[in-house]
Design a protein around this ligand. Structure first.
Ligand code: NAD
Ligand code: LMR
Length: 348
């Protein structure tokens, strides 16, 4: 088999699409997706290609990256993208060579990671994925566009992002984030269901901390239909928080596979919000480099409530933290500090 497969396809539909949309198309941007032959990749790529992530007037050149053994499967994905005749797809680069894969890339959704195997400890997973994200960080630093926006999805995503960002020398550190939008969306659904409203009616909630069972779904400022909304504390502690924290594991139990469509959806939501901004009077959740807010050690990749404007996020300051929430925050901070200590040798 070829050492690596690279395909740059000219899209014969581009001109037709300009006529079809009847509007000015922007210059194309390059979107990299690692783990492109995997299950999240399969649910994500086609939606990005359709314009759902960056909008109907933003053409994309897809950079699909996976490991050498996955190139045959990836070639099948490429054939399917071709067969969709997407108007916005202006090229496809399918490769196991990261130098080629990250060249001039503007957005990177880093999904590819080694899954936890039987008997594997979290520490083993951190070590194996640490190597992957160290290498990827070097390639992004050397070859990607200086304005790249990165979201790490592959687990453990917060600390993988920390390792990755540590390799970056001349791109702003705030461009490196990890995904807790899935947890945010999960919380929104649970609350909407409890309050008998639509998910889009639930605002001003957030996930603090790690994408792990220590994550902190924070709802003390929640509104429903623009009014302050409360739910009983017993339900919060005994049902809501554990459900959100354990939702990933529940899905694995039910599907015998981890969440893929909802994870791909959340990765797209993360980038869309980062580009287009948060709605007035609302915030979202992104795992970002801590600036020390809420007593979180500087530099940890920690999920905070953020507002986004003009492509820049800001941590929502001054949310009241009750002793109950402070206890939960302390736990998730400790877990992330322990993870950072476990990969200390990769952060030199
Ligand atoms: P999958 O096993 O179906 O696919 C992973 C793909 O990544 C495979 O094709 C594999 O070959 C590839 N890969 C592995 N190492 C790579 C590397 N160094 N470079 C490029 N590709 C590489 O797994 P999946 O279901 O798609 O999940 C992917 C990751 O996303 C897992 O780590 C999973 O735990 C994580 N995940 C995170 C969230 C979240 O909310 N942050 C949610 C769901 C899943
Ligand atoms: C999820 O939250 O669905 C995943 O992170 C679960 C997992 O371990 O892949």
């Amino acid at each position: 088999m070829q050492k690596y497969l690279q395909k740059v396809l000219t899209n014969q539909f581009t001109r037709a699409s300009i006529a079809q949309f009847g509007q000015q198309l922007k210059p194309p941007v390059r979107v990299a997706i690692t783990g492109a032959a995997g299950q999240i990749g399969y649910s994500l790529i086609f939606r990005v290609a359709s314009g759902e992530m960056l909008g109907p007037n933003q053409p994309v050149i897809l950079h699909l990256i996976d490991l050498p053994f996955a190139m045959t499967a990836l070639n099948g994905v490429v054939m399917e993208i071709q067969d969709c005749a997407f108007p916005l797809v202006q090229g496809i680069v399918a490769t196991d060579n990261q130098q080629v894969g990250f060249k001039d890339v503007n957005y990177a959704l880093l999904v590819g990671a080694k899954p936890r195997g039987p008997g594997m400890e979290r520490g083993d997973l951190l070590k194996d994925n640490g190597k992957i994200f160290t290498e990827t960080g070097k390639y992004i630093n050397d070859h990607a566009s200086r304005d790249i926006k990165v979201v790490v999805v592959g687990n453990p995503c917060n600390t993988n992002c920390l390792i990755l960002a540590n390799q970056i020398k001349d791109i702003p550190k705030e461009n490196f984030t990890a995904m807790t939008r899935l947890d945010h969306n999960r919380a929104q659904h649970q609350l909407a269901d409890k309050l008998g409203v639509h998910t889009s009616d639930i605002r001003k909630i957030a996930i603090f901390g790690n994408h792990s069972p220590t994550m902190v779904p924070y709802i003390d400022q929640m509104t429903a239909k623009n009014h302050k909304a409360t739910v009983d504390q017993q339900w919060v502690t005994q049902t809501f928080i554990p459900t959100v924290q354990q939702r990933g594991a529940e899905i694995i139990k039910a599907r015998k596979l981890s969440s893929a469509a909802s994870a791909g959806n959340a990765a797209m939501n993360h980038i869309t919000t980062w580009v287009n901004g948060t709605a007035e009077g609302d915030y979202t959740s992104m795992a970002i480099p801590s600036d020390g807010s809420y007593g979180v050690p500087k530099g940890l990749i920690f999920s905070f409530p953020v507002t986004v404007k003009n492509g820049k996020y800001s941590i929502v300051q001054g949310l009241p933290i009750s002793p109950f929430y402070q206890g939960l925050l302390d736990k998730t901070i400790k877990e992330l500090v322990d993870e950072r200590n476990a990969v200390d040798h990769l952060l030199k």
